[in-house]
Design a protein around this ligand. Structure first.
Ligand SMILES: NC(=O)C1=CN([C@@H]2O[C@H](COP(=O)(O)OP(=O)(O)OC[C@H]3O[C@@H](n4cnc5c(N)ncnc54)[C@H](OP(=O)(O)O)[C@@H]3O)[C@@H](O)[C@H]2O)C=CC1
Ligand SMILES: O=C(O)C1=N[C@H](C(=O)O)C[C@H](O)C1
Length: 251
């Protein structure tokens, strides 16, 4: 029998991190060797011999954690949000100096959310208009969600590839925020509501018809198969992988 993969979770006291630590501990081929949270010494990752660290912390914390992991050759699976082009460039710089190390950044680990992004990108070129509505619990730190931002970017990319013009919108007077955040020309609207977990609708419209693609994460368990898939695959995937779809053999 091959040795178990040695996995650490950073943010292990959090909503998703605590569930991820349990899922890793319960997986027969994985061993939870460290469960860190705020103020814990990252050196514990190295002392524990972690091969993969799962980061589920906060946009303010993730860059420091990743710099430590990459510089110490610890592969990382990242669910934490807050990614910008500048942050990705900085991460690529660290990875260039540690070419055997792999980092997966997954805007969403749930299979249905990954498929929503894929379907939205496929549908985008057939519709004049597209808008994204994301709905989350009120404890969420960032808006729009990482998933909604990525969805809008993929829609925009598909619209550009199809040479679609900007979306029609005659709004000439509006309260600030009424038309949502503009992500690459795609409006994204954020709802924060007690009782919700993580939900998203992609609305596409054209003459006489609309298409709505909706996904609901009803429990934190929806993210666990994707996290475990990422952990198992990242150890043999050096460099930066952006999006769980890269490990899902979708094509
Ligand atoms: N990609 C995906 O599929 C998913 C991504 N997420 C993302 O994961 C992140 C965490 O979400 P959630 O679990 O709801 O948030 P929580 O606030 O519940 O959990 C975050 C945990 O990380 C801790 N933390 C903060 N800073 C550090 C640090 N520097 N080092 C170690 N631990 C730290 C927090 O401590 P403290 O409470 O003291 O601040 C807290 O225990 C968010 O960015 C969220 O958007 C969430 C769900 C799915
Ligand atoms: O904070 C959350 O809860 C979630 N965050 C991720 C995001 O911002 O897209 C993934 C999922 O929506 C849950």
């Amino acid at each position: 029998m091959s040795a178990k993969l040695r996995v650490a979770v950073i943010g292990a006291q959090g909503r998703i991190g605590s569930e991820a630590a349990r899922a890793v501990a319960a997986a027969g081929d994985l061993e939870l060797v460290a469960a860190l949270d705020r103020d814990d010494d990252l050196g514990a990752l190295v002392e524990a011999g972690a091969q993969v660290a799962v980061d589920l912390t906060h946009p303010d914390a993730v860059m420091g954690n990743l710099e430590f992991c990459v510089r110490n050759g610890v592969n990382a699976v990242v669910g934490t949000t807050g990614w910008t082009d500048e942050r990705l460039a900085e991460l690529r710089g660290w990875l260039a100096e540690s070419p055997a190390t792999g980092v997966l950044i997954a805007p969403n680990f749930s299979i249905g959310a990954v498929l929503t992004m894929r379907f939205a990108a496929q549908a985008a070129r057939f519709f004049e208009s597209a808008e994204v509505i994301e709905l989350h619990h009120p404890n969420k730190a960032d808006a729009p969600s990482g998933t909604a931002t990525r969805t809008a970017q993929l829609i925009a990319q598909a619209r550009r590839a199809a040479d679609l013009p900007p979306q029609p919108d005659a709004t000439s007077t509006a309260l600030p925020g009424a038309r949502g955040a503009d992500v690459d020309g795609v409006p994204v609207h954020s709802v924060r509501l007690r009782g919700l977990l993580a939900h998203q609708e992609v609305l596409l419209g054209d003459q006489g018809e609309t298409l709505t693609i909706r996904h609901d994460s009803l429990h934190h368990s929806s993210f666990m198969p994707g996290i475990l898939l990422g952990v198992r695959r990242i150890v043999s995937t050096p460099g930066l992988t952006y999006g769980l779809e890269n490990f899902m053999d979708l094509d």
